[in-house]
Design a protein around this ligand. Structure first.
Ligand SMILES: Cc1ncc(C[n+]2csc(CCOP(=O)(O)OP(=O)(O)O)c2C)c(N)n1
Ligand SMILES: [Mg+2]
Length: 299
């Protein structure tokens, strides 16, 4: 094997996987697991990240990585932790459980809550693309207000999802998770720093990364990072850190915040909002959500 080839395959997540060009999740996962470094074991929930990186018999992962089911990445991670304790290893092995928003907010939620309640020394990473993308863009508990999905279709009477996104970081904080952080693929170094910081804590930690999805959001692949930044700058996606249930740090929004329209108009999942007057009313509501975030989290 040539030296370059060898180097590539030693990466945490090597190129050549089958995620779409511009996939926010693939970018974020590579950054996160690079930051985690060696001596890390990953338990991955079912979803796009698993499907696109491990088409049998291939794998893009250059690290110990296990897939079981959609709902139980956290329980598998707890099992790994128990097994390692039994082995009484001298070395500290970092354990990461990870999954999409569907796996984290909905179907795997009970098991994640249990993992936090038991105080397991595990980092959970949620790659939030705001819907069940792998099965065809169904709405999840993370889908934002107004977004078109195949189960919240926009039409004559409907303006997309009529529900507000569940506040998962707040739920993690309510479990007194040692370290909670949000990030977006708009700021790559911030992802790396937060993963490193999370792993320096003993006990449960939770990092949620906003990862735009090219087909699911209907975006241009070149705009993934730009949209990731706009999510934060508009106030729609608060970027902050919390320790033991209290916010300790926020990434402030710019003094002159871009309006949410700037963020929404780059995404086909919101295009129905720009069709008529009624859509304008919905956009105002979404602006209200951003303003509320800025006020509540002091962004
Ligand atoms: C118990 C169970 N129900 C449903 C599925 C089908 N399924 C596979 S991936 C997926 C969607 C995953 O969504 P998410 O966790 O948000 O990850 P994404 O694909 O968006 O990255 C679904 C519904 C499954 N594999 N197992
Ligand atoms: Mg998803």
């Amino acid at each position: 094997m040539s030296k370059t080839k060898q180097k590539l395959t030693n990466q945490a997540l090597s190129p050549g996987h089958r995620a779409c060009a511009g996939c926010g999740q693939a970018i974020a996962a590579r950054l996160a697991l690079e930051a985690a470094g060696p001596d890390t074991i990953v338990s991955n929930a079912t979803g796009c990240l698993e499907v696109t990186t491990t088409p049998y018999p291939e794998t893009a992962w250059g690290m110990p990585w296990i897939h079981s089911l959609f709902e139980n990445a956290s329980a598998v991670a707890s099992g790994i932790s128990a097994g390692l304790k039994q082995k009484r290893m001298d070395k500290k092995i970092k354990i990461i459980a990870q999954g999409g928003d569907g796996a984290s907010y909905d179907i795997g939620f009970g098991l994640i809550s249990g993992m936090w309640e038991r105080g397991e020394d595990i980092l959970y990473i949620c790659y939030d693309n705001e819907a069940y993308m792998n099965t065809g863009v169904q709405a999840s508990g993370a889908t934002p207000y107004g977004a078109h999905t195949t189960t919240s279709p926009a039409g004559e009477q409907s303006f997309g999802s009529s529900f507000r996104k569940k506040n998962m970081p707040a739920i993690a904080m309510a479990h007194r998770v040692a370290y909670v952080a949000t990030a977006t693929v708009g700021y790559p170094m911030d992802i790396k720093n937060k993963i490193k910081k999370a792993l320096s804590f003993t006990g449960p930690k939770y990092v949620q990364i906003l990862v735009p999805c090219v087909p699911g959001w209907g975006i241009d692949p070149k705009d993934t990072v730009k949209i990731g930044k706009l999510a934060h700058q508009t106030g729609l996606w608060p970027v902050f850190e919390a320790e033991n249930g209290k916010i300790t740090k926020v990434m402030p929004c710019p003094q002159k915040r871009p309006l949410v329209e700037e963020y929404l108009k780059l995404q086909k999942r919101f295009k129905h909002l720009f069709k008529n007057e009624n859509g304008q009313t919905e956009i105002k509501k979404i602006q209200g959500i951003a303003d509320e975030n800025v006020k509540n989290i002091k962004l």
